[in-house]
Design a protein around this ligand. Structure first.
Ligand SMILES: C[S@@+](CC[C@H](N)C(=O)[O-])C[C@H]1O[C@@H](n2cnc3c(N)ncnc32)[C@H](O)[C@@H]1O
Length: 842
């Protein structure tokens, strides 16, 4: 006989161990985890009520799954040890006190989810246990209806029993979706299942009978008795749970085994009778006799039938199996045949799918969905890429707009005529962004990895594409911004000409130089075009050669700075410079010294980096003379430099033309001059986190944004700030170049007119045919005429509409002075004029 131990080792299954491992207070935690995995109600809840929560594992799960700052209230008959972020109290969920305590905790909030895992004291008769469970579930639901929000979720545990369907019916009246499920962590031997009710209808009024256990679980009255049927199939007396049945005053009950075969409720017989007998009376029961003789009626079966009260689960199973076999032999309808013949007569039983299987299916579905999404994404990306390529082709005049969307593989696909990707990588992509980019032909030639159509390139496509799109978007943004912002345009122009704002020079020489250099670059551009190889699309305007060790021009110019002089491993050119520096016999005429900072640079060789008083004096004197000395020996910064820059930076008197216009520069200059700072300090300051940041390969939009804040904060002194302020004030007080030019033009024209007048009056004076008076009159007339100001041409007001809408500069068809106004303003002006003329007429 199989006896199930309540506390057997079988209960300490994997969920038990896992719960211990994860720190949950009960294995039940996994039931909620699995239910939530399937229905996902916890993540969407902000307020949760856990009825029958002890020891609290469901509260633990809720607290770690629900959004932060959610409200969780747990109640149980037993005390619950405190749980972080959970309110718990001890109460009976069927009482009014419990209801008011919950109300007190929730205040005006409504619960998104109500959980109920209550189990009344089980261990009495099964029927009673299940009834109590159903009743408790109904009580829990009653409480839930008070606190649930519309659309909320109620999860409850129920036992599969005869009351189950009644419960389900009630749930269905109050919720839009009701599903029963058994999580994998719920033991198979347990009759518990979980009902998840979603979409609370929140009716204004609920019929109290829905929530009254007496009404809900009331047994249906018997239908009108079928007396005819009773003749053929005598009625089995109904058992009474309380007390003895009428006329039956013994506790021992026996039933012919044939009746067990014929009955439709074999379980009830096995549960309520003591013995199934094979004893045949005189006139005999044919069915019983046949049963007795059947080979299926084995000795084991007979023994089992002798005392039903001592049988175990296995023995009951054997008896039930035997009954089914005999029914088949006797030709009684079995479950199988009935199901095949009349499925509609089957008792209504809620289908409870195994959740393992469900989860598996769900996971499979999810995987399929993910796959599909990935595929769609890929397709979308390809499509975008193709369009982008077509746009590039259009910009390069390689395709007409009509071609867009017609090609399958795109211009840069595998079969494409031009592998634009490779060219793009080499720099031409900048053309597509409407920018004049330059490709260093040598760089392009040196990079074998940019071979057209290589495998690597294709694998990099995704990243490149994204980067390109970002760059493109950033360029669009800049262009939009540029259109609206004059300051930004000026900055862009400076950046593109590598003419970042360093300071304002005293006169307009810079401007002239700037325009000269522009012309120069245009010339060299056109001039060099023909010289490039056939494969070149663009050419570098800078004709300085790259260093032989492969350093870029930028790198070469960086390493050619003085601070790198004397460091081993630098190229020959630099070594040469070093040698030159060390050469002692230098003629003063050939020496060109750099300004103050370089002077101080060499005066910093003292041990502690702070120059002595003498050294400072010497440095100042040297700065005055344009020389740099330190410790009695001469240091040469630049020798015989004939660069244009150097020459232009000098004033006619031979002094360097350097102007300090920022407070930082002024502070540094003052500090250097007064010896508070040495050149070494200045160099050290240059080596900060901003200087050594690796910016290679970073996109422009990122660098632009970073550059706004990624600057060292240089200290400034009050004196320096005041000096700069005064300087800028003086600078601003000067008229701008255009105004000065206009004034000069005016002066020049006036001088010209005067000259003309002079000539005319001389001619008149020499005219012999005129009297003196006539001569005087003519000259005075001429002077009055010359002194008369020409009337200014009237300004035309133009409304920019039609073809002129949004136009910049002179609108088409407009001559003379004009002003663009909106139509309202023009009409108003006309109105004013009309009004003025009316007043005049009166
Ligand atoms: C299976 S346990 C609940 C386990 C809980 N869900 C967890 O995860 O830790 C069932 C609980 O129901 C409680 N219970 C039974 N009847 C109750 C009632 N009328 N009011 C409050 N709690 C009750 C019991 O005290 C018991 O702690």
């Amino acid at each position: 006989m199989a006896i199930q131990k309540k506390h057997g080792k079988g209960r300490l299954d994997k969920w038990y161990k896992l719960a211990k491992e994860k720190g949950y207070r009960a294995r039940a935690a996994f039931k909620l985890i699995q239910l939530n995995k399937k229905y996902g109600f916890l993540e969407q809840s902000k307020v949760l009520l856990d009825l029958c929560a002890a020891p609290g594992s469901w509260c633990q799960v809720a607290a770690e799954t629900m959004p932060v700052n959610s409200i969780i209230v747990g109640v149980d008959l037993s005390p619950i040890k405190p749980i972080a972020k959970v309110i718990t109290f001890q109460s009976d969920i069927t009482t009014e006190k419990c209801r008011s305590t919950i109300r007190h905790h929730l205040k005006t909030w409504k619960a998104d989810t109500v959980l109920h895992d209550g189990a009344p004291n089980v261990g009495t008769a099964w029927v009673q246990d299940s009834y109590n469970q159903a009743e408790l579930a109904l009580q829990a639901m009653k409480l839930a209806t008070d606190f649930l929000i519309e659309g909320g979720t109620f999860v409850t545990k129920v036992f599969r029993s005869k009351d189950y369907n009644s419960l389900l019916w009630v749930f269905n009246q109050l919720f839009t979706k009701v599903e029963a499920t058994k999580p994998p962590s719920s033991r198979n031997v347990s009759a518990e299942i979980f009902v998840v009710c979603r979409g609370f209808k929140a009716p204004k009024h609920i019929d109290p009978r829905f929530l009254d256990p007496k009404s809900v679980f009331a047994e249906l009255k018997d239908a009108t008795p079928n007396n005819e049927a009773k003749v053929f199939k005598p009625e089995v007396k109904k058992r009474k749970r309380d007390g003895y049945e009428e006329g039956d005053y013994t506790q021992f009950k026996e039933l012919p085994a044939s009746e067990f075969i014929q009955t439709t409720d074999p379980i009830a017989i096995l549960g309520s009778y003591n013995k199934l007998s094979f004893f045949q009376e005189g006139n005999g029961d044919v069915a019983l006799a046949a049963l007795d003789k059947l080979p299926e009626t084995t000795t084991e079966i007979r023994e089992g039938c002798q005392d039903l009260k001592v049988l175990g689960r296995k023995d009951f199973k054997a008896l039930l199996k035997w009954r089914l076999k005999v029914r088949e032999i006797f030709g009684f309808p079995t479950k199988k045949s009935t199901a095949a013949a009349k499925p509609e007569l089957e008792e209504e039983v809620a289908e409870v799918e195994d959740m393992d299987e469900e989860l598996r299916i769900q996971e499979e579905l999810q995987a399929m969905k993910d796959k599909e999404t990935t595929r769609q994404k890929k397709e979308r990306r390809r499509e975008n890429e193709r369009k982008q390529k077509e746009i590039v082709r259009m910009q390069l005049n390689m395709a007409a707009p009509m071609d867009i969307g017609m090609e399958q593989s795109g211009p840069t696909g595998r079969d494409a005529m031009f592998a634009l990707k490779a060219v793009e990588k080499a720099g031409v992509n900048r053309i597509s962004k409407g920018k004049m980019g330059m490709i260093n032909s040598n760089e392009a030639a040196k990079e074998p990895t940019v071979a057209i159509g290589t495998e690597d390139e294709i694998s990099d496509e995704d990243g490149d594409d994204l980067e390109r799109q970002l760059d493109g978007m950033y360029d669009d943004y800049r262009e939009r911004k540029a259109a609206a912002d004059a300051k930004y345009r000026a900055k862009k122009a400076r950046t593109e000409h590598h003419d970042e704002w360093e300071g304002v020079s005293g006169d307009e020489k810079d401007e002239e130089k700037y325009s000269d250099s522009e012309e120069l670059s245009e010339d060299s551009d056109s001039g060099s075009e023909g010289d490039e190889g056939p494969g070149q699309l663009l050419t570098d305007l800078d004709d300085t050669k790259e260093s032989e060790d492969g350093l870029s021009k930028k790198a070469t110019s960086f390493f050619s700075r003085d601070i790198f002089q004397g460091i081993e491993g630098l190229d020959e050119e630099m070594e040469d410079t070093d040698e030159a520096e060390e050469t002692p016999e230098l003629e003063n005429d050939d020496i060109e010294m750099e300004e103050v900072d370089e002077v101080d640079e060499v005066s910093s060789d003292s041990d502690d980096g702070i120059p002595t008083r003498d050294q400072q004096k010497a440095a100042r004197a040297a700065a005055k003379n344009g020389l740099s000395s330190y410790n009695g020996k001469l240091e040469v910064m630049q020798k015989g430099s004939d660069s244009e820059w150097e020459e232009e930076k000098r004033l006619p008197n031979g002094q360097l033309d350097i102007d300090i216009i920022t407070a930082e520069a002024m502070t540094l200059a003052q500090q250097l001059a007064s010896g508070q700072k040495t050149a070494a300090d200045a160099i050290d300051d240059g080596f900060n986190k901003h200087a050594l940041r690796d910016r290679d390969g970073l996109p422009e939009w990122f660098l632009d944004d970073e550059g706004r804040h990624d600057k060292p904060q240089k200290p400034i002194t009050k004196a320096a700030a005041l000096a700069i302020r005064d300087k800028l004030r003086a600078l601003n007080a000067r008229p701008i170049k255009k105004v000065r030019e206009a004034r000069a033009r005016k002066k020049f024209k006036a001088a010209q007119r005067l000259e003309k007048l002079k000539k005319k009056s001389d001619m008149l004076a020499d005219d012999e045919g005129m009297t003196e008076k006539e001569k005087a009159d003519s000259i005075s007339k001429m002077l009055t005429k010359a002194a008369k100001k020409k009337p200014r041409k009237e300004m035309r007001l133009v409304v920019a509409k039609g073809i002129n809408r949004g136009i910049k500069g002179r609108p088409k068809g407009v001559k003379g002075r004009y002003k663009i106004v909106d139509s309202r303003m023009k009409k108003d002006m006309r109105g004013l004029k009309r009004a003025a003329s009316r007043v005049k007429k009166r």
